[in-house]
Design a binder for this molecule. Structure first.
Ligand code: ADP
Ligand code: MG
Length: 608
């Protein structure tokens, strides 16, 4: 038999390596920008078209490459950053594997123009699918200019895996944020589809954080600084009122490199224990400095997961450092007295009028209107019975599971029990689920999803009828969202105003919130909007929804009460009837199950 083993060609090997290093346009940008930083650039311009799918251009004013290096840089394991294995343990630069450019050149068309200070002429190289197409001298400024076109053109499976432009764009912004936040002394310009997204000048770290996440953050930042023999901790944490429903404002960096570290994140959350509502996450930008010999940055190809030698000790140090900073700013004591708590983050100490103190209401329920009775019998839809009947055309989502278990044209609920309120019992489990009895069995409801669906259908209707009722806010709130959120907000502004918000643009980057939808008066308008924009970005990845649906869903998700909310019986009943009058009471708009029925048969089988 002939020999079977053969060495893979370089092009194939590079394509395989690319699978690990380059997952999406954002990975290309990360690698190229990090190279520019390693090359000592002070100005970096990033330009993309179609979220990087069509092209990505990175221009820097770094040291540039000689003619030979410009050719060499596309070889695998070609790097100027390490030469012996020991160097791996003393890494201070971003790249070091010498894989990125070889990988990118294997799966895209790459053009580079580069020149060093000492050479009189630059080099222009075109390479595609690992093959050099051309190399010639060119006139260009000192520095490097990379143009990456048609990413994954020769790996259709990968290309198919890419998400919508909006989702890929979000990945790019996330990568850029991580880089921008570690290099405040570098200017960055980012242009997407010809529109300038940001142009950031050199500044200090605090200013840089505020530039990225919006001016309102400034008054909430608290510096943090602790030096120990195993780690130096610096950076900023934010006051509890800045907490978010997402983890989008949580950043750890080690030796100026972004890292993902759930264990350390827990150290921070624990320090905020009880200061922020359940389900929310503190904002922090924490920079760790450790001896590179004590970490292993090589455990993950994209290098965001990092192993530390002294994880437990660092956990303690972080936890103590955050507690200390919170304590220094008197945040802990002031929260011990509930009546002192100001949940309103929009007033600064410089504001001339006195802001009213709004205590945290742990039982906050956005659809509960305090002055009116919690449960209004007339909210039950006239035709409520019809929703329990097996009418396939009315309930396409198959409300009833096995058809034969339910006699047609009969109510699922024991009708008598509904007519006689006392007998219709609602029971809450773990502050998460509502249980009630129906004619054919036990009905289990996920209360948060139920609320989400009720709000979703309501908002969707308002978006279509444009008849939202505005409740004017007592004090209009001016806020300046992060540049990345601004574009999304502008896009959906008129729709939000149809729902019942009253938001006006003030200049090019500020918004004034003058009113909120009538039944969302309990919300923190700015926080809700920020969160809504975030969720909108997340769900936009699914192309099947139209804009109205996306807006309604993101707002419903944001405004729905949190998991773990205790509900009184009338509230459960109210929620149940509202859910039953929804067009779809089985699944949320993003396909999550709201309701489950355990049939009598099943119960009998179990208890037999
Ligand atoms: P690594 O960054 O791990 O060394 P890369 O494949 O990213 O590997 O880059 C290979 C080499 O190309 C780098 O080590 C560097 O010498 C050179 N290089 C890449 N980008 C630039 C740039 N923008 N300016 C100067 N040199 C660069
Ligand atoms: Mg690199």
């Amino acid at each position: 038999m002939s020999d079977l083993i053969k060495l893979l060609s370089d092009a194939v090997a590079n394509q395989i390596a690319a699978g690990e290093v380059i997952q999406r346009p954002a990975s290309v940008i990360k690698e190229l920008v990090e190279n520019s930083i390693d090359a000592g650039a002070t100005e970096i311009q990033i330009q993309v078209k179609d979220a990087g799918k069509t092209f990505i251009q990175i221009i820097d004013n770094g040291c540039g490459m000689s003619q030979t290096d410009a050719r060499m840089c596309f070889e695998r394991h070609a790097t100027s950053k390490i030469s012996k294995a020991e160097d791996l343990f003393a890494i201070k630069t971003m790249g070091f594997r010498g894989e990125a450019l070889a990988s990118i050149a294997a799966i895209a068309s790459v053009e580079v123009k580069t020149k060093t200070e000492t050479s009189s002429v630059g080099t222009h190289i075109c390479i595609s699918g690992s093959e050099i197409i051309s190399q010639e001298p060119t006139a260009c400024p000192v520095g490097t200019n990379f143009l990456i076109k048609n990413l994954f053109y020769n790996v259709p499976a990968r290309r198919k895996f890419l998400k919508s432009d909006r989702a890929e764009y979000r990945h790019i912004l996330n990568e850029l944020h991580r880089i921008i936040l570690t290099n405040p002394e570098i200017s960055f310009t980012f242009v997407s589809d010809g529109n300038p997204v940001f142009q950031i000048k050199p500044e200090n770290l605090r200013q840089r954080i505020v530039t990225v996440f919006g001016k309102n953050l400034n008054q909430n930042l608290i510096s943090i600084n602790t030096d120990t023999s195993i780690v130096n901790v610096s950076g900023f944490i934010a006051k509890p009122e800045r907490s978010k429903k997402s983890t989008g404002e949580q950043f750890f960096f080690v030796n100026n490199r972004y890292m993902y570290h759930p264990y350390f994140r827990k150290a921070i959350s624990m320090a905020y224990n009880k200061l922020i509502p359940e389900g929310e996450h503190p904002t922090f930008f924490i920079y760790l400095d450790v001896d590179p010999a004590n970490i292993d940055i090589n455990i993950h190809p994209t290098k965001t997961e990092i192993k530390f030698e002294d994880e437990q000790a660092i956990f303690q140090i972080l936890n103590a450092a955050v507690k200390e900073s919170l304590g220094k700013f008197n945040i802990v004591p002031s929260l011990e007295f509930e009546e002192n708590i100001t949940r309103d983050a929009h007033f600064t100490s410089k504001t001339s009028f006195k802001a009213p103190n709004i205590p945290i209401n742990p039982d906050y329920n956005p659809f509960e209107q305090s002055s009116t009775p919690k449960y209004q019998r007339n909210k039950i839809p006239e035709n409520w019975e019809s929703v329990y009947t097996t009418n396939k055309s009315q309930t396409p989502d198959d409300f009833y599971l096995p058809q034969e278990n339910i006699p047609t044209q009969t109510s699922l609920l024991d009708q008598q029990s509904v007519k006689n309120e006392e007998r219709n019992i609602f029971f809450q489990l773990k502050n998460k689920y509502i249980l009630t009895s129906g004619k054919s069995g036990l009905i289990l409801i996920n209360q948060k999803r139920a609320h989400e669906q009720i709000l979703y259908e309501k908002f969707l209707k308002l978006l279509e009828t444009r008849k939202g009722v505005v409740q004017k806010t007592l004090f209009p709130v001016v806020f300046q969202p992060a540049p990345s959120d601004r574009a999304i907000l502008v896009e959906v502004l008129s729709e939000l105003n149809n729902i019942g918000f009253e938001i006006v643009m003030m200049g090019s980057d500020k918004f004034e919130i003058r009113g909120v939808p009538g039944d969302l008066t309990d919300i923190d308008p700015q926080k809700t909007l920020e969160q809504m924009v975030y969720v909108l970005g997340e769900i936009s990845a699914s192309a099947e929804m139209v804009l109205h649906e996306k807006i309604a869903l993101s707002l419903a998700k944001t405004a729905a009460f949190k998991i773990g909310k205790h509900l009184h019986e009338e509230e459960m009943q109210d929620l149940f009837y509202r859910l039953m009058s929804c067009a779809n009471h089985n699944h949320t708009a993003d396909g999550k199950k709201i309701l489950e029925i355990i049939s009598i048969d099943e119960i009998e089988r179990k208890l037999n």
